[in-house]
Write a protein that binds this ligand. Structure first.
Ligand SMILES: [Zn+2]
Length: 210
């Protein structure tokens, strides 16, 4: 770990030493990387058995690791580095905003139609408690979280790989990659079903632990 001097240099070093030279599907181990992944801000990482680059989604080379007792999973080294250098405090805000951008992208399609045909100006009958009140439109039976997770898996991406832009005029946040946005809309619209819930049922159901 003493080789990680500053964030930018470390990112470049990882790129030139690993990403650029290691062939896909070649499994390898490396002590520095094993130490580094322990700095992932949200994952608790067991003993690492190996690292491997796999080709996923749009032909992108993605780093996976295999830890003892678990299947291979993706690991974002830049995220670990940012946390190691104490530059990860903005992560929470980033995640909230990027998820908002995914929601924003799908707000006008089927959701809008569902709202118009199942409520009267937003007022409807809760499918759970039968209260007549202002409705929240809930993803059901497959949660938004699950659809998004599956989509990202297909694309070989994690939220950390993505960027959003702020539109000051409209006061909204949008996905920066417009092609990705369109693929997301198509993917989501193909799978999604909705139901009407009152706001209290909606927040109580959360995302059904999916
Ligand atoms: Zn209800």
């Amino acid at each position: 770990m003493n080789k990680f001097v500053d964030l930018y240099q470390s990112k470049q070093r990882i790129k030139s030493k690993f990403y650029d030279v290691i062939e896909p599907n070649y499994t390898f181990t490396n002590k520095s990387l094993e130490t580094l992944v322990q700095y992932h801000p949200t994952k608790t990482i067991n003993e690492v058995e190996y690292f491997v680059y796999r080709i996923k989604g749009q032909g992108k080379k993605i780093l996976f690791m295999k830890t003892k007792g678990y299947d291979e999973s993706t690991i974002g080294l830049n995220t670990c580095l940012e946390n190691y250098f104490g530059q990860y405090s903005d992560r929470k805000t980033f995640l909230i905003n990027i998820k908002y951008a995914f929601r924003q992208a799908i707000s006008n399609g089927k959701r809008e139609k569902y709202l118009l045909s199942n409520t009267d100006n937003g007022v409807g009958i809760c499918e759970n408690c039968k209260t007549k009140t202002e409705m929240a439109i809930d993803h059901y039976p497959i949660s938004f979280k699950k659809i998004l997770a599956d989509f990202l898996l297909c694309e070989g991406l994690t939220l950390d790989d993505l960027l959003y832009i702020r539109c000051p005029n409209e006061n909204i946040i949008k996905l920066k990659d417009l092609e990705l946005k369109q693929r997301w809309i198509d993917y989501h619209e193909n799978i999604v079903n909705y139901r009407c819930l009152c706001k209290s049922c909606n927040s109580r159901f959360g995302c059904y632990n999916q």
